[in-house]
Design a protein around this ligand. Structure first.
Ligand SMILES: [Zn+2]
Length: 146
């Protein structure tokens, strides 16, 4: 997969293709609260001076679990069926100084997941749409060697 092909699974979450892919958040100009996804109103002070910002691509694992069974469909629209389903990690990543983001994790082995470990944003092909385009989703991966 190159950064020049595929389409974002949800353009309100991130743009794809992109030279510097990142999640889109918003930040309150009054109290500096950061949200993901973007919001028009501040959840902390109820202000409406929300500015769109790129979220950090690195953070730490705040909480996690392993999804051990196929999620309900709809709304779930992943590539797995009951026959080929593999458990996957899901968690909250605390982006440095910003906000906690719920995300799939690339790691599903409980032995290799630890609260507080450094994580970074990655993008991967999730499914193919009817026209044969790669639909790109995001996940967080442990940063090796830290
Ligand atoms: Zn605010």
């Amino acid at each position: 997969m190159t950064k020049n092909s595929g389409v974002s699974i949800d353009k309100t979450l991130f743009d794809w293709p992109s030279d510097s892919p990142h999640l889109k958040g918003s930040k309150c100009s009054d109290c500096e609260a950061v949200t993901f996804p973007t919001q028009d109103g501040c959840p902390r002070c109820c202000g409406t001076n929300m500015e769109k910002i790129p979220l950090n691509t690195k953070g730490t694992l705040w909480s996690w679990t392993v999804q051990g069974f196929l999620p309900k469909s709809p709304p779930y629209a992943g590539p797995e069926t009951l026959e080929n389903f593999k458990p996957y990690g899901v968690g909250y990543i605390e982006l440095d100084g910003q906000v906690r983001v719920e995300s799939r994790l690339t790691e599903s082995d409980p032995e290799k997941l630890e609260i507080g470990m450094p994580m970074e944003l990655v993008f991967h092909k999730f499914i193919e749409d009817e026209e044969g385009n790669d639909v790109i989703a995001f996940a967080f991966a442990p940063i090796d060697g830290e």
